[in-house]
Design a protein around this ligand. Structure first.
Ligand code: MG
Length: 299
């Protein structure tokens, strides 16, 4: 191929590529429309209402089918939560942390406190039929922590293997949550969490993505696709100030990530973890849910 032919071919290729993505999406999407439903969940503090029953009533009215309680004190709440869910179309989604200590603590006593309290929460999570217990191996502010080295990663995988096997024996999982670098430089990307799940070699070790922390990602779509079957939970908030989806206006666009969840036929929950700027929490929540449902439809 001479230089002229090469250039012509390359330019034609480039032109085709420049046109392709848009036309592929518009031509292919009708028959590719996934029937995967959007399963929404609320953390306990999201919902207006004094009692758990009032909160669940509100959720039911909005068609929310997942409930994400915190892990602290969960063992003492199993009966309360079970009874409150009887006869409702709501299940416990994930359990949000709530343990003492942390996995990568340098101090053996802090590590032991993590092991004991985390296992207690995992046991309760299993009794509640939860998808898993969310954990962060270490926040930036948790010191002294093991150094960020290859040896520590191997230790992390070994520890997660043990914990994951324990979680499986309880009928649940542990879910690694990547955060942003300001909160946890140890684990920032969904794909990195997924790679740790793979290397932990336990079906009981899964990961999640949080649209708020996913500001670290270059692509929401790629992040979820990379996690694939390791993806067990998703958190959602507005993308500017971590309030209700929609409260930050146009930046609150989740369609790229939703497209991946639909392609993956993601069977778990997208759970609200956010504040609320507006005074009327009930109306803001309703708008947020409508926004997400319409973006899911578009994705
Ligand atoms: Mg989160």
């Amino acid at each position: 191929m001479d230089r002229k032919t090469f250039l012509r071919t390359t330019l034609a290729g480039a032109a085709a590529l420049a046109v392709a993505p848009g036309s592929l999406v518009s031509c292919a999407s009708p028959e590719k429309k996934s029937s995967t439903p959007l399963r929404l969940s609320f953390q306990e503090g999201i919902t207006p209402g004094e009692s758990l029953a009032e909160k669940l009533d509100f959720m039911e009215e909005l068609g929310i089918t997942g409930f994400e309680p915190g892990g602290r004190g969960l063992a003492g709440r199993v009966q309360e939560i079970r009874s409150a869910l009887v006869g409702r179309n709501i299940q416990v989604s994930a359990i949000c942390a709530g343990f003492d200590g942390f996995m990568l603590a340098e101090d053996p006593a802090v590590k032991a406190s993590f092991d004991t309290s985390m296992r207690e929460i995992v046991r309760a999570a299993g009794e509640l039929g939860s998808t898993g217990v969310i954990m962060v191996p270490v926040f930036n502010w948790q010191t002294p922590a093991l150094p960020h080295t290859l040896e520590t990663r191997e230790y992390l995988c070994e520890q997660l293997h043990e914990l994951g096997e324990f979680a499986l024996s309880c009928g649940t999982t542990v879910i690694l949550e990547p955060l942003n670098r300001k909160e946890a430089f140890y684990l920032r990307l969904v794909s990195d969490a997924a790679a740790i799940c793979r290397d932990a070699q336990s079906e009981g070790v899964k990961c999640m993505g949080d649209f708020w922390h996913m500001q670290e990602e270059t692509s929401d779509y790629a992040a979820f696709m990379a996690a694939g079957s390791y993806l067990r939970h998703v958190h959602i908030a507005s993308r500017g100030n971590r309030v209700m989806p929609g409260e930050d206006g146009e930046v609150d666009n989740y369609t790229d990530g939703f497209r991946a969840l639909k392609e993956l036929e993601y069977p778990y929950y997208v759970s609200f973890e956010c504040g609320c700027r507006a005074e009327d929490r009930a109306a803001t929540l309703t708008n947020a849910v409508n926004l997400l449902r319409s973006q899911w439809e578009q994705a």
